[in-house]
Design a protein around this ligand. Structure first.
Ligand code: PLP
Length: 394
């Protein structure tokens, strides 16, 4: 039996702040009423600010996987060719889904220790002189590895080739935590969901849509119904949905957007960088290895830590859960048992993080995992500085 609040330190779902829980604790209202339309308009407009876009954002009652599907079925046709990059487990799942829709995927292999390489993408597109590649599809923050791809560099690489492919980006575990600019980076479809940077329970899926993507949706040949953008956009213009919306999650979303904007998106992004840097300082002091090998791609949202040989990450996570009431993220598929993931996103601050790192450090001792003590101390020293310039150099 555990006392006190459970530490949910997985990289999503992230803990739901009390303020959001209270905002959702409302009677369900008539979704055809003027009162609902005001809520609908507020969340649709507010979401645009978080995606940093002036274009439409649609919100489906779905998980992130549903929003992945919406991106595919609204833009591509069976037999189309797309370029994807094996950044990790989630890129692999999105690729599988594309395959099920009859899309031919050129899946550039990766070692799960870095983000998508803009130079390789540029080379593939430059070689495609017939422009048979219809879309480049990348996961921004690969939640299975803790590597964040450089979308602005990928955009620049695409532009250098003058290739007309759509750019579709999974921002599921980055939006609202990591700087992300849908318009400035000319992303065509940004895919996201509610349970990560938005700090909401699972249940909402998002697509931010460029004009080019919307034009593609008018001519593509993929059957769709529930996820059809136009069906959604028509009633959205007046704040309504084409079917029963997830009303109470939308109350929560309105509050989440208010929280993000009150803090200021730049401050939110800097906070995540600072917490991630402190986490890496702890991991380095423990003498353990961060899975991501490319410092410019270290994730601000989570840190995947490699277990020393002969030690099982899942056994370690069980020790931490049983003894200290904290959930850490599991290693997924290829890295199952080999890594554990520390989530530091959403409603996370210095003291929450230090509590989490303390649980990890104690867990390493209890589980008999060889390590140097002092990781928490190293994180404390870094967080005391409260100086982002220092944090970014870690
Ligand atoms: N893409 C990424 C990067 C994710 O982290 C996840 C879930 O963790 C998904 C897609 C799938 O989202 P969902 O589980 O909400 O369907």
């Amino acid at each position: 039996m555990h006392q006190g609040r459970h530490f949910l330190q997985i990289p999503g779902p992230s803990p739901v702040p009390d303020r959001i829980l209270r905002a959702m604790d409302m009677p369900v209202i008539d979704h055809r009423s003027a009162e609902f339309a005001a809520l609908g308009r507020a969340v649709l407009e507010g979401s645009q600010k978080v995606f940093q876009t002036r274009g439409p954002v649609v919100i489906f009652p779905s998980s992130g996987t549903g929003a992945w599907e919406a991106a595919i079925v609204n833009t591509l046709s069976p037999g189309d060719k797309v370029l994807m990059v094996e950044t990790g487990h989630f890129a692999t799942l999105w690729r599988q889904m594309a395959g099920r829709f009859g899309i031919e995927v050129d899946f550039m292999p990766g070692d799960w220790r870095r983000g998508a390489d803009p130079i390789q993408i540029e080379a593939r597109l430059a070689a495609d002189t017939a422009h048979s590649i219809k879309a480049v599809m990348v996961v921004h923050n690969e939640t299975s590895t803790g590597a964040t791809s450089r979308i602005s560099d990928i955009r620049a690489a695409i532009d250098r080739t003058s290739h007309p492919a759509l750019l579709m980006v999974d921002t599921i575990s980055s939006l609202g935590s990591v700087d992300y600019r849908h318009d400035e980076w000319k992303v065509d479809v940004s895919v996201s969901c509610s349970q990560k940077g938005f700090m909401l329970p699972p249940g909402l899926g998002f697509n931010a849509i460029s004009e080019k993507a919307r034009a593609a949706s008018r001519t593509n040949r993929m059957p769709r119904s529930y996820f059809d953008w136009e069906e959604m956009l028509k009633p959205n213009a007046k704040g309504f949905f084409p079917y029963t919306p997830a009303t109470n999650l939308l109350y929560g979303l309105r509050e989440a957007i208010a929280m993000l904007l009150e803090e200021g998106l730049d401050n939110v992004f800097a906070r995540h960088q600072r917490l991630a840097a402190a986490t890496r300082a702890a991991v380095n002091q423990w003498g353990l290895e961060v899975l991501c090998q490319e410092p410019s791609e270290f994730s601000p949202v989570l840190t995947a830590v490699m277990m020393p040989p002969g030690h099982d990450a899942d056994q370690f996570r069980k020790v931490v859960l049983d003894n200290f009431n904290m959930s850490l993220g599991a290693g997924l598929s290829k890295v199952a048992g080999k890594v554990f993931r520390i989530g530091h996103l959403g409603e996370c601050n210095e003291l929450t993080l230090l509590g989490a790192l303390t649980g990890v450090e104690m867990g390493l001792s209890v589980a008999g995992v060889p390590h140097r003590p002092g990781g928490v101390e190293a994180a404390m020293r870094l967080l005391e500085q409260r100086d982002q310039r220092n944090a970014s150099s870690y």
